[in-house]
Design a protein around this ligand. Structure first.
Ligand SMILES: [Zn+2]
Length: 230
């Protein structure tokens, strides 16, 4: 089904499309903002699927679509797929029957081309607001267990013995992704993509911003009450 199929033709149909926008959510958050966890909790609370770009890609490839073939060509050539292709892949996934009543699509790379391709579906956008200093503290302090993959944090959830996993006794290491220079780069990529997106939806009155420094449950409770309150 395409968005065009859902163009409202009666007042009742129009009301239905407006109501649907309340359940078609695009959640954006910088690295460190726990966007995936918030999306999963929010989706569970609303009874909707939580979808990330990798789900959209897997779906396009699994279904043997032309989009999947195009993507594979880029991946085989070790080239980044163009934004229009990613936009089409996300758009395809969010048009599948299981998400007709709504979805929580979450991303750390909210490019304008993807976002614009979703607008005809009727979407609300949500920004998880986290200062770069806090994102940096969260990410650079992470230590990952070589044994079981558990993630510890040197301040907020340190193991009993420094450098050793409480759960399995494995050694902890600092992932390259979590090194200060890598984190600074990830944040700068996020801002480059996100700034024009946020400006667009803020100006249109379609952006809900929430403080992401709090526990996931609190964030989700605030979001659901603000969505219900309109
Ligand atoms: Zn472990």
């Amino acid at each position: 089904m395409t968005a065009e199929d859902r163009v409202p033709s009666t007042p009742a149909e129009y009301d239905r499309v407006v109501a649907l926008a309340e359940t078609r959510l695009v959640l954006m958050g910088s690295p460190g903002a726990e966007t995936a966890a918030v999306a999963d909790h929010l989706a569970a609370r609303l009874g909707l699927p939580s979808i990330a770009i990798r789900d959209a890609i897997q779906s396009a490839v699994r279904a043997g679509t032309e989009l999947g073939d195009d993507l594979r060509r880029f991946m085989n050539a070790e080239r980044l797929p163009p934004p229009e292709l990613l936009a089409a892949i996300v758009r395809r996934r969010l048009g599948e029957p299981d998400v007709v009543d709504g979805f929580v699509y979450w991303t750390e790379f909210p490019t304008l081309s993807v976002m614009r391709s979703l607008e005809t579906l009727g979407i609300h956008t949500v920004e998880l607001v986290l200062a770069d200093a806090e994102a940096t503290r969260r990410l650079t302090g992470r230590r990952t267990c070589r044994g079981c993959g558990m993630i510890w944090h040197i301040d907020s959830s340190p193991p009993l013995v420094e450098g050793v996993c409480d759960r399995c006794g494995g050694g902890l290491f600092h992932r390259d992704d979590d090194a200060p220079a890598a984190v600074a780069h990830r944040l700068s990529v996020y801002h480059t993509h996100c700034t024009p997106v946020l400006a667009r939806y803020r100006a249109a009155g379609l952006l809900i911003s929430v403080d992401a420094t709090r526990p996931t449950e609190e964030i989700v409770t605030e979001l659901t009450s603000r969505l219900e309150g309109g």
